[in-house]
Design a binder for this molecule. Structure first.
Ligand SMILES: [Ca+2]
Length: 518
């Protein structure tokens, strides 16, 4: 009898139960991470940037793209306008999985499935193989806690022939269409997504039932995701859906469902196709929102919408104010356009009585200007569902709880570190470090791109579009920022490019001399 009583007591202490609802289990919340590949903060009709009073400000690109479902989601929740991702794919994806900055997890470049692409002077032992089955991952921890963990779309967590190539090795119960590569062979069902007699290396797996049909890849993934959500709900299991669209990554295949919307835009054909990929992704978001409504689980489902690196819109020079205008630069570049991404968090339907909504309240129709980054999802989600982070697993992310309410969080450091010790990309061998309004970029090998200096320094409050390099005129500030950058790299156990002379010695950043006459 005693033992039975103890069993019941323990049952009520478990996260699935609460004292208010003894007798009826409160279902743990469902979680959707809706990740869009290569979508920057400007690739949407929803304005993220703000004017001087902090209100959303529309720029011409906001009038070009059509994302009504992002607008719909933003009304239910909060969007962030200083949200950071790494500058390319795999580093961000592994940060979401681990809660670690790429400087720490050492997958600092996109993973080439076929070979180690560290670049001629990249770190010798960077993690190009990717995540392993014994690594701590967000879906792995959620699965252990009873979640149905569902991977749909792009993986890109590990190279071919390594464990990370298959998301099912990394904590996902189900893997739909995820593999080692990042770029799909084609979005067209009529081309079997690259499968067939001459199978492309980037043929999207697992969608055979759509081969030979007009189903666009984004649509096929959405139908599959919704079917898996139905299954999870029918089983009575909470779900974690990692909805990871291949869109809007190249190839820029025009989605015929939306092409007419852009044909008179005056934009180049490729940019029109890019806009159709954006709109197709947005339809997917709407379809999933509709589906969870239909399943009756909307008020117990939280959605985190984000991009994995800055914009890749084919709209001009990668270092200019063009693709992500008014921000400078694009995917891969060391400017803000390379790493600022859209971020929206929302409960799919508000319900003041829902225990988990009270545990993690999210402001409606709000905008959060404080900095945050992709590694913050890991601790936020795990805390929401009462799953402890293993003690031996270092986490760089910080919980977003306070920011999600719309308030400022003075306990956060307002710091973002981004390490890219590789080439070739749109910017090569650099580390960025932002602290508050200031941003320093360290270039390991000065070039024309870096204005022939190791250093670029910007004040993002006064110059959000990075037009005036203050490194030559603010030496004291530059030195302070470089000291912090070096300390942050050490604290993350970060990796460096190697010396060109011996090809081995890590090339640590040089602290600039201080000019006392500043
Ligand atoms: Ca990407």
């Amino acid at each position: 009898m005693k033992r039975i009583f103890l069993g019941i007591a323990l049952l009520f202490l478990s996260p699935a139960f609460s004292l208010q609802t003894i007798g009826a289990p409160v279902k743990r919340p469902n979680i959707i991470v809706f990740l869009v590949d290569d979508m920057g903060v400007m690739d949407t009709s929803l304005p993220f940037l703000t004017d001087e009073s902090g209100n959303p400000k529309r720029y011409p690109l906001n009038n070009y793209y059509r994302t009504p479902n992002m607008e719909r989601l933003a009304k239910k929740g909060i969007r962030f306008n200083n949200f950071y991702a790494m500058s390319v794919c795999s580093p961000t994806r592994i940060s979401i999985m681990t809660g670690q900055n790429a400087a720490r997890h050492h997958t600092t470049n996109w993973i080439n499935p076929e070979r180690n692409n560290r670049g001629p002077y990249g770190p010798l032992d960077w993690n190009w193989e990717g995540l392993k089955s014994n690594d701590i991952t967000l879906p792995g921890l959620l699965r252990k806690a009873g979640y149905q963990t569902i991977h749909v779309g792009k993986g890109h967590f590990g190279a071919k022939n390594f464990e990370g190539a298959n998301p099912a090795n990394l904590g996902f119960c189900i893997n739909i269409a995820g593999a080692s590569f990042g770029s799909p062979a084609t979005y067209y069902g009529m081309k079997n997504y690259g499968n067939g007699k001459k199978k492309s290396r980037h043929a999207v797996p697992g969608l055979e039932k759509y081969h030979g049909t007009e189903t666009f890849l984004t649509e096929a993934l959405t139908i599959e995701a919704n079917a898996r959500l139905t299954e999870a709900v029918n089983k009575g299991k909470p779900f974690y859906l990692y909805m990871s669209h291949y869109a809007v990554h190249a190839p820029f295949n025009s989605d015929p469902r939306f092409a007419d919307h852009y044909k008179n835009s005056g934009k180049p054909k490729k940019a029109q196709a890019f806009a159709t990929l954006i709109e197709g992704m947005d339809k997917s978001l709407g379809d999933i929102l509709d589906h969870i409504n239909k399943l009756g689980v909307a008020d117990n489902t939280i959605i985190f919408f984000l991009g994995d690196n800055g914009s890749d819109a084919p709209l001009g020079d990668p270092h200019a104010v063009a693709c992500a205008a008014p921000l400078r630069g694009k995917k891969g570049a060391h400017y803000e356009g390379g790493m600022r991404v859209p971020f929206i968090a929302a409960w799919a339907q508000s319900n003041a009585k829902n225990e988990y909504q009270n545990r993690l309240p999210v402001a409606a129709a709000a905008l959060q200007p404080q900095q945050a980054a992709v590694q913050d999802l890991f601790p936020t989600i795990l805390n929401l569902v009462n799953v402890p982070i293993p003690k031996n697993h270092p986490v760089d992310g910080n919980r977003l709880d306070q920011l999600l309410t719309g308030k400022q969080d003075s306990s956060r450091d307002e710091i973002f570190l981004m390490n890219y010790p590789h080439s070739p990309h749109r910017s090569n061998y650099f580390t960025c470090y932002r602290h508050g309004d200031w941003k320093v970029i360290y270039h390991y090998f000065p070039s024309e791109e870096s204005e022939n200096s190791h250093y670029q320094l910007y004040n993002l409050a006064e110059d959000p579009f990075e037009s005036t390099n203050l490194a030559p005129t603010k030496p004291r500030k530059l030195r302070q920022m470089m000291k912090e950058l070096i300390a942050a790299m050490n604290a993350h156990n970060a990796q460096y490019p190697v010396d060109k002379n011996d090809g081995v010695t890590p090339l640590k950043p040089i602290l600039p001399g201080q000019n006392e006459n500043e």
